[in-house]
Design a protein around this ligand. Structure first.
Ligand SMILES: C[S@@+](CC[C@H](N)C(=O)[O-])C[C@H]1O[C@@H](n2cnc3c(N)ncnc32)[C@H](O)[C@@H]1O
Length: 300
């Protein structure tokens, strides 16, 4: 392989990374260096681990990178520009019409994975339902980490379903188009784990949501009524019907729902061991609860 002779007037890989990162930092990106690297890899069509082995970019590649930096600085999410997002151990296709999976959701799936592994250790093949799957991130990563699990994923919005179909193809996950309040049907009492990251942002807190999120990501994936719990109020009894006694619910929520969501579960009356969990920054982010055996109350 012949390498391109270095052009002293061109900035080279590290110069481009530095310039891009400064530009993004000025635009408010708190992970500007990481974003610039992702965009440079995309412009050069190279995996991040191989970036260091790349010859300096030619003028077309450099222009492509600068265009990506411009678009990102103007508020377009890097994941929509590259069409890719990483979630735990899986790479997903994402774009307009679907929520970009978030790092805090990786913890929610971690809890579901652990619950499934405990069952596998007891010789049980877990049945899992991912309500409101969006890109399919939670379902795809769970089945990747617990390959014996039988995973069902539900999504209502046609645009999001397009991405979920693409990401779940060949994974063995069964995708159910429809409303999570009623779909999948015929599984009541047969599910071991329900995991869900539903739309939960309170409309009352819309002013606090980043402009970039509001401008790009679908509102139907974000908001659910004044306190954010409109859909959750239906999903809690729905999960109680799906789960067998002793089955586990793992549900992401907004930090403002730290007390209201556990209270909602308590009022529903079908749950034991209701616990709230924080993310890595210490903010309250998801609840777990065990489906009560109606004949026997499990001590918390
Ligand atoms: C917060 S996003 C979560 C997506 C994905 N689980 C993730 O963590 O990246 C919520 C998803 O729920 C979907 N959704 C909203 N209402 C729904 C409903 N009634 N039934 C099924 N899906 C719904 C939205 O379209 C969106 O894709």
């Amino acid at each position: 392989m012949t390498s391109r002779p270095a052009d002293r007037r061109r900035p080279g890989l590290s110069g481009l990374l530095g310039q891009g990162s400064q530009r993004l930092a000025r635009a408010g990106d708190e992970s500007a260096a990481a974003t610039a690297r992702i965009l440079l890899c995309h412009a050069l069509d190279v995996e991040p681990a191989r970036l260091i082995l790349c010859p300096d970019p030619g003028p077309d590649q450099e222009q492509r990178y600068r265009d990506l930096i411009d678009a990102c600085a103007a508020g377009r999410p890097a994941q929509y520009l590259t069409g890719r997002a990483w979630f735990r151990s899986v790479r997903l296709a994402v774009g307009p019409g679907v929520l970009i999976p978030r790092p805090e959701t990786e913890l929610v799936v971690g809890e579901a994975v652990q619950a499934c592994r405990d069952l596998v250790a007891r010789g049980i093949r877990p049945v899992v339902v991912d309500l409101c799957t969006g890109s399919g991130a939670m379902a795809a990563s769970l089945v990747c980490e617990v390959p014996t699990a039988r995973v069902h994923a539900v999504e209502l919005e046609p645009e999001a379903l397009r991405w979920a179909r693409r990401n779940l193809l060949g994974t063995g996950v069964q995708l159910h188009p429809g409303d999570a309040r009623t779909v999948p049907a015929g599984m009541d009492g047969r599910v071991d784990v329900v995991m869900t990251n539903p739309p939960y942002l309170p409309e009352a807190l819309a002013d606090e949501v980043q402009d970039e999120v509001l401008a790009n990501e679908p509102g139907s994936a974000l908001f659910s009524g004044a306190d954010g719990l409109d859909l959750v109020r239906d999903l809690v009894p729905r999960a109680a019907r799906l789960l067998r006694a002793g089955g586990i619910l793992v549900m992401e929520h907004d930090p403002s729902q730290q007390h209201s969501l556990p209270a909602l579960l308590t009022a529903d009356g079908h749950w034991d061991r209701i616990r709230d969990h924080a993310d890595l920054t210490g903010r309250s982010r998801f609840v777990t609860a065990v489906r009560r055996d109606e004949g026997e109350v499990v001590e918390g």
